[in-house]
Design a protein around this ligand. Structure first.
Ligand code: AHR
Length: 497
């Protein structure tokens, strides 16, 4: 197949907010216990954090991590997780049917963030609790001292405030599986009040209103319109959540789901802007896509009820999943003018790019690599490439472009990168890259993932699904030609010479 990408510095979508490369740690399964925190592990540091995990998180270059949930947060008493560990209560977590020992809580997570070079995106419980407990937590984490909750933090050994800037107002409050689920009107009111009090406590914070738990939610659209109408003046972002799976084993349709994702984002933006117009407001609400990934492999895995940190949602990802994750990330970047935050859900063990064995080793899942590439090379501005390529029809979609692509431009580093998925199962793409005005830019590196079976997975000491470098694209008068293997992930890096 022949394909062409035309690029110019002028084809700007917007500045990429680094928080679009965020992730998520929930008190769920082995994400915390046996994931980021395992005091008995030979590689644990003095705080009980696994240093092998921290190393990989740093390599992924994740600027923000959402915590502590997820469904978990809707029943969480944050006070249970602070103060002397021996006094902390074990609680039944009704979200996941497990026992939460509370050995790890807010201060431990904030410490971990510092060590992992990341920021915390904190969620408050608006399921079983409300504005009061939420604003107390802001006071505990962010106030310098001289008040009951900030002095309590100091008495717990943390003199300096943590300065958490980004806050989620609950989680998936439209879902019947959520503790304290609400109607859109009920939620709009509590979110408005919680956000108001939280910002009165610290006016430097930003807050995220829960949108629908997915595009398939019955109340999708109406939920956003109603809750936003109520909470508009008090909040900054609306959240989106979406997971995809290949339950029908139809790879072409699985890869095409970014068309649906595109529509999902577009609809939420339309609702935000409709409410803006209705209110004659000057304020624009942007998006926080704070849960996204492939998730379906582990759904029926058994576990022991009320057990502590048992394996849950441990999807082992294959190569086609990595291509879907790549395509989803490209779609998010295409909207970086409005998507300011996004969280790959999750980070360690639970539907995650990093996988550990409790007491043992660690490996990089297939989805680790495209995230690493985009997070490291996809900084600066996003450019909208004009793509010309053939399209395909499949069971669930028509007119699916074989190529999914985006480009990013880092003016300071004088680097430009083209990220591209070739979704064709059989055909190589001869890709012509035409740079209209990026004079002096030459190919620096061409990384790809290809030649793997769609269902090929990585595991401990058996990681065959990984990137490799290729011969650089050939040059001809400002045009470059790259060969993209069938069914492949491609990163073509250019630098001004
Ligand atoms: O990420 C796993 C779960 O998916 C989260 O707890 C919840 O918010 C979503 O339904």
């Amino acid at each position: 197949m022949k394909a062409k990408i035309t690029l110019s510095k002028e084809f700007k979508i917007g500045q990429i907010d680094e928080r679009i490369y965020g992730s998520f740690i929930e008190h769920l399964g082995r994400a915390v216990y046996g994931g980021i925190y395992e005091p008995d592990h030979p590689l644990a540091d003095e705080d009980g954090f696994r240093t092998d995990v921290i190393e990989l998180v740093k390599e992924l270059n994740v600027p923000v991590v959402r915590y502590p949930g997820g469904n978990f947060v809707s029943g969480y008493n944050w006070e249970d997780g602070v103060g002397p560990v021996e006094k902390r209560p074990a609680r039944l977590d009704l979200a996941w049917g497990t026992t939460e020992p509370n050995c790890f809580g807010t201060n431990e997570f904030m410490k971990w963030c510092k060590k992992a070079d990341t920021q915390c995106m904190m969620a408050v419980n608006l399921g079983t609790r409300g504005a009061e407990e939420a604003r107390n937590l802001v006071e505990y984490t962010n106030h310098k001292g001289g008040s009951a909750w900030s002095d309590m933090r100091i008495s717990h050994g943390y003199k300096d405030p943590w300065g958490v800037k980004l806050w989620c107002l609950g989680n998936e409050m439209d879902g019947r599986w959520q503790m304290g689920a609400k109607t859109a009107t009920e939620y709009g009111r509590v979110a408005y009040e919680a956000s108001k009090l939280m910002k009165w406590t610290d006016d430097s914070i930003e807050t995220v209103l829960c949108g629908s738990s997915s595009r398939n939610s019955k109340t999708f659209g109406e939920w956003e319109a109603t809750s936003l109408d109520i909470a508009y003046d008090s909040i900054d972002y609306v959240s989106l959540h979406q997971y995809y799976g290949n339950q029908k084993n139809d790879t072409e349709s699985f890869l095409a789901q970014t068309l649906e994702l595109e529509e999902f984002i577009h609809t939420v933006l339309c609702v935000c802007d409709y409410i803006k117009a209705k209110k004659r407001s000057k304020k624009t609400i942007n998006l926080s896509f704070d849960e996204w990934n492939v998730w379906y492999h582990s759904n029926n895995a058994p576990y022991e009820k009320w057990s502590l940190a048992s394996a849950r949602l441990e999807d082992i990802y294959n190569f086609e999943d990595a291509l879907v994750v790549s395509s989803m990330m490209i779609t998010l970047l295409r909207h970086c003018d409005r998507i300011k935050i996004a969280c790959l859900a999750q980070l360690v063990n639970v539907i995650a790019p990093i996988f550990t064995q409790t007491g043992g080793g660690i490996f990089k899942q297939t989805i680790y690599y495209p995230f690493e590439h985009m997070s490291n090379y996809g900084r600066g501005e996003a450019l909208n490439p004009i793509i010309s390529c053939p399209k395909y029809d499949c069971k669930e979609f028509t007119d699916v472009p074989y190529l999914e692509a985006i480009s990013t431009f880092d003016e300071e580093k004088e680097e430009m990168t083209v990220f591209c998925v070739n979704k064709s199962l059989d055909d190589e793409a001869v890709l012509d890259i035409s740079l209209l005005d990026l004079d002096g830019y030459r190919p620096l590196e061409f990384i790809s993932m290809d030649g793997c079976g769609a269902k090929e997975e990585n595991y401990f000491n058996a990681s065959s699904v990984k990137p490799h470098t290729n011969e650089l694209p050939t040059a001809d008068n400002g045009n470059f030609t790259a060969l993209l293997k069938p069914f492949s992930w491609n990163v073509i890096r250019f630098k001004k010479i």
